[in-house]
Design a protein around this ligand. Structure first.
Ligand code: PTJ
Length: 248
């Protein structure tokens, strides 16, 4: 699918991600609105210099500590995440088997949900949730209120990249800890989450995987300390400052 994008092209990586999304749309994984959401992300990535900054690395370290010390962590997948990062997510789930994966959609349809579950299981992720018995997240009217009983409904930590603000707020209000990946440090999700990784999804997930592997076997006390001292407001302030400086 990518043969027409030469490796030498200065925007090779960015064009490749667009291809993944277009392919996702054609395969019935991604919503049409997902293309627009991606464009917004691209603009912020451009302003951030398209690289992983220190403030993102700090958030990744805190996220790893929170995931290792969680009772039941669940990763929530939408149509964009499925199309962009199925492979990266499979790597993460393999390195950190405690993580359950659940499909949760804003533009809900059973057909798309089933396609995404099949796509992720085809990537090697076992027992993808979302099609089972659900209950509603209080305070949310959109289709994203659905929580699989075996997944988000019983989770203490929910990882929700590329999230909409209402759901993030409702998850936090329900007492759950929320980790997000969002290139816009001013979004409501970024501001409300417990830990915000301001970085591009497909760069952040392999970095998180490496961090989880390096934290394997680390003492509980150290991990709890790391997640406790993490200052999300400071991370967001530094990301906004980086955007103000302009792309270099
Ligand atoms: O598949 P569905 O039906 O659940 O719909 C999913 C979308 C993405 C359409 C829906 O969740 C949505 O509209 O999201 P928003 O509210 O546009 O939020 C997406 C956020 O993610 C924005 O702040 C973007 O800047 C950011 N973003 C987009 N692409 C990336 C990203 N952040 C990191 N990496 C990206 N690749």
């Amino acid at each position: 699918m990518n043969e027409h994008i030469p490796k030498s092209h200065p925007r090779h990586r960015s064009l490749l991600l667009r291809e993944r999304l277009v392919h996702g749309l054609e395969a019935g994984l991604t919503s049409r609105a997902g293309l627009i959401a991606h464009g917004r992300g691209e603009a912020f990535d451009y302003l951030l210099g398209e690289r992983t900054h220190d403030f993102a690395r700090e958030a990744i370290a805190a996220a790893s500590a929170l995931l290792w010390t969680a009772r039941h962590p669940v990763f929530s997948v939408n149509g964009n995440v499925a199309a962009l990062a199925g492979e990266e997510l499979a790597g993460l789930a393999k390195a950190f088997p405690k993580l359950k994966v659940e499909v949760n959609l804003f533009h809900w349809s059973e057909d798309r949900l089933t396609r995404i579950v099949d796509h992720l299981e085809g990537q090697g992720i076992a027992d993808v949730l979302g099609l089972g018995e659900t209950e509603d997240l209080p305070g949310l009217e959109s289709a994203r209120r659905r929580m699989d009983r075996r997944g988000i409904a019983s989770a203490d930590v929910v990882f929700v990249p590329l999230e909409d603000g209402d759901r993030c707020e409702a998850l936090v209000a329900s007492g759950r800890k929320v980790i997000t990946i969002d290139l816009n440090p001013s979004s409501r999700t970024a501001q409300r989450a417990s830990i915000t990784i301001v970085d591009e999804l497909t760069r952040a997930l392999p970095a998180l995987q490496a961090q989880l592997v390096s934290d394997r076997g680390r003492g509980e006390e150290e991990l709890v300390w790391r997640r406790t001292i993490h200052d999300n407001a400071d991370v967001l302030r530094r990301a906004i400052e980086r955007i103000r400086q302009g792309a270099v």
